[in-house]
Design a protein around this ligand. Structure first.
Ligand code: FAD
Length: 293
């Protein structure tokens, strides 16, 4: 089923998984077990990332196929940056054979050793969307509450988000953020420039932080002072840090749903137990507020 159709009826609960770096039977089996664990939480869809180098295309498609066969809607990420049109065609055809209806069209993270071939065929996510249109997928795209790192201002970024909508995106999923104010600003400013498709907030529970500096350099997102203080105090105790990270993510989600977010996308880092703990903390909110109209 198309995710944009689900979003017309209800708030969506979704999770992200990433394929193993190397195609290896044990790791793939582990991921399938994670998908089974996530399915038990009754998500509306599960997204499957796609490596920036394009090398795990086969496993990404197969994992999306597994999600579908498990009875959950998959959202297959597709990155144009590393791909030639023929790569996109073979991936799209493979996704079609698995009855995958939804893709998240992305440029992809630029590899550390950026070479001229990267983005040769699809410079931006919108170029990939235009190319993918012939396949009839429901298409989502990425957006950035604090603005994309390569954009001078949020407003430049918003102009490019409009292009993503014109080229076929019917919903957005955000980059992770830890201060909901950035999400509300994005939603308001997007509306002001005429973007009216659902913007699903992406939340990452920070459960295993070893120190504050590491997390800041990893994700680049602003960490509010309250959460920064918790990280600095609790990161010496893994159990306490895990509890604080889960509670903080649950707090962010409760606030987002109370203020009308169209759903929640949880970056699970392939941990079904983390997703289960978040859902457990929000059981009544999910039961009451994610029901179909
Ligand atoms: P683009 O839309 O191309 O945007 C990149 C920059 O170019 C932005 O600054 C934008 O403002 C600008 N821009 C966009 N369109 C135009 C235009 N037409 N003209 C001029 N400038 C333009 N990466 C992966 O490798 N694999 C994944 O599976 C993956 N999944 C992700 C899922 C989500 C929800 C998010 C938020 C990100 C994900 N990423 C993934 C990371 C993403 O690929 C990177 O953030 C990348 O740097 C930008 O991708 P994009 O699709 O937003 O690119």
């Amino acid at each position: 089923m198309r995710i944009d159709e689900i979003l017309k009826k209800k708030k969506t609960l979704s999770f992200e998984v990433f394929p193993p770096k190397k195609e290896n039977g044990n790791d793939t089996d582990k991921l399938f077990a994670t998908v089974d664990g996530l399915k038990a939480l009754n998500p509306d869809f599960i997204s499957v990332t796609y490596g920036a180098s394009g090398t795990n295309a086969r496993s990404a498609a197969e994992i999306a196929g597994y999600v579908k066969s498990a009875g959950v809607e998959p959202l297959a990420h597709v990155t144009g940056g590393p791909s030639a049109p023929s790569d996109i065609d073979s991936l799209a055809e493979k996704l079609k054979t698995f009855n995958v209806d939804n893709v998240l069209a992305l440029r992809g993270d630029k590899p550390a050793e950026y070479d001229k071939e990267y983005c040769k065929h699809f410079k931006h996510a919108s170029d990939l969307e235009s190319y993918l249109k012939k396949y009839g997928f429901c298409m989502g795209a990425a957006c950035y509450p604090e603005g994309h790192a390569e954009s001078a201002t949020l407003y430049d970024d918003l102009e490019n988000l409009k292009k993503k909508v014109e080229c076929g995106a019917s919903f957005f999923i955000t980059q992770m953020f830890f201060d909901n104010a950035y999400y509300y600003r994005l939603v308001n400013e997007a509306k002001r420039v005429g973007i009216n498709i659902p913007i699903i907030p992406g939340i990452m529970p920070l459960t295993g932080v070893k120190n504050f500096a590491k997390i800041k350099s990893m994700c680049g997102s602003t960490i509010p002072i309250e959460f920064r203080n918790m990280i600095e105090v609790y990161s010496a105790s893994p159990a306490a840090m895990r509890e604080a990270g889960l509670n903080y993510a649950a707090y962010q989600i409760s606030d987002l749903i109370a203020k009308g977010a169209p759903g929640i996308h949880v970056y699970t880092m392939n941990r079904a137990d983390t997703a289960a703990e978040i859902v457990g903390r929000l059981r009544n909110i999910i039961d009451e507020f994610f029901k179909a109209d």
